[in-house]
Write a protein that binds this ligand. Structure first.
Ligand SMILES: NC(=O)c1ccc[n+]([C@@H]2O[C@H](COP(=O)([O-])OP(=O)(O)OC[C@H]3O[C@@H](n4cnc5c(N)ncnc54)[C@H](OP(=O)(O)O)[C@@H]3O)[C@@H](O)[C@H]2O)c1
Length: 287
């Protein structure tokens, strides 16, 4: 039996769909079964548990051979991963796929990278066969900018001229689904990127091409970005860490392009223009 965590979130929903397309029966660990049941497919067994409450994990992991560990952005994520990996080991799980992040390491110059570095280290030290999935930033993060793209034809970010190789979560899901269902991926670390590295000015140009009107990139100072993020309800700790991430991007370190979507996910990576086309209604476009 395959178990996934985080299946109700942005990446997890796509991973669930990819497993369902393959006809795979799997178990999904959810915090609230009633909430998750509405969107669940007949191929999924829902099990209620909480990564912050280790005592709930034993029953969820009973009979599980392979697991995908995906945690939310949270100050507790490293502890939650520790809880899960230890419980998986005790339950006799034979393989854990960790949803990590581009650049993850204990020495990463940004918080989320170090946090995933801690989770990776815990998994490595557990002795369990593993695969690390290290996606770059999601195209889908830009759905959070849809309001100003739609209303003011502007893309605001404290991004400067940096390029980064963001990726569509549907492509990450394809990689995850193959890794979970095929042999031969043990001990691998897959950096997962989109097909090209783009600056925010280039992202704005591609929005313009697809939406049929000019979208401006506005490079905002960090302080203005902080106020905007707080204004839309993000928590202060998270705002700090996201600004930290932009500083990492600005260093140019997140521009590597890999072929793991083709080689492991067995599909052509989704171009940024296609992502915009698929969400044109949200961004206020013509197509
Ligand atoms: N966004 C990016 O650009 C990016 C790039 C690389 C890596 N990542 C990594 O991707 C992960 C976030 O993925 P996402 O954006 O898909 O997450 P998300 O949409 O925020 O979803 C988080 C999932 O975790 C579940 N969850 C939260 N707390 C839980 C708990 N205590 N116990 C069990 N389940 C819990 C949520 O379930 P409920 O339905 O119960 O809330 C939900 O299914 C993070 O590890 C992040 O570092 C993100």
């Amino acid at each position: 039996m395959i178990l996934i965590t985080g299946g109700t979130g942005t990446a997890g929903r796509e991973i669930s769909k990819a497993l369902e397309r393959m006809g795979v029966r799997y178990r999904s660990l959810v915090r609230n079964r009633a909430k998750a049941a509405g969107s669940a497919s007949p191929n999924v067994d829902l099990v209620e548990a909480d990564l912050s409450r280790p005592e709930t994990l034993e029953a969820a992991l009973d009979g599980v051979e392979k697991a995908l560990l995906l945690t939310a952005l949270s100050p507790e994520a490293a502890q939650q991963e520790r809880n899960f990996i230890r419980a998986a080991k005790r339950a006799g799980v034979r393989y854990v796929v960790k949803f990590s992040a581009y650049g993850a390491s204990l020495q990463a110059p940004f918080f989320f990278g170090r946090q995933h570095g801690e989770g990776e280290r815990e998994l490595e030290d557990s002795g369990l066969p593993f695969t690390m999935l290290r996606p770059n930033g999601f195209f889908q993060n830009l759905l959070g900018n849809a309001g100003s793209i739609q209303a003011r034809s502007a893309l605001h970010a404290p991004a400067g001229v940096m390029k980064f190789s963001a990726v569509d979560v549907r492509d990450i899901a394809a990689v995850a689904a193959h890794v979970l269902t095929e042999p031969g991926h043990e001990w691998q670390r897959y950096t997962i990127t989109g097909p090209e590295a783009l600056s925010h000015a280039e992202i704005a140009e591609r929005f313009s091409q697809v939406l049929g009107r000019t979208i401006r990139f506005v490079d905002v100072p960090e302080e203005a970005a902080r106020q905007w993020m707080l204004g839309v309800g993000m928590e202060a700790w998270q705002v700090d860490k996201v600004l930290d991430l932009y500083r990492y991007y600005k260093s140019g370190a997140a521009a590597e392009v890999t072929s793991n979507v083709e080689c492991v996910g067995r599909k052509a990576p989704i171009a940024f223009q296609q992502f915009v086309r698929d969400h044109a209604a949200v961004f206020g476009g013509a197509s």
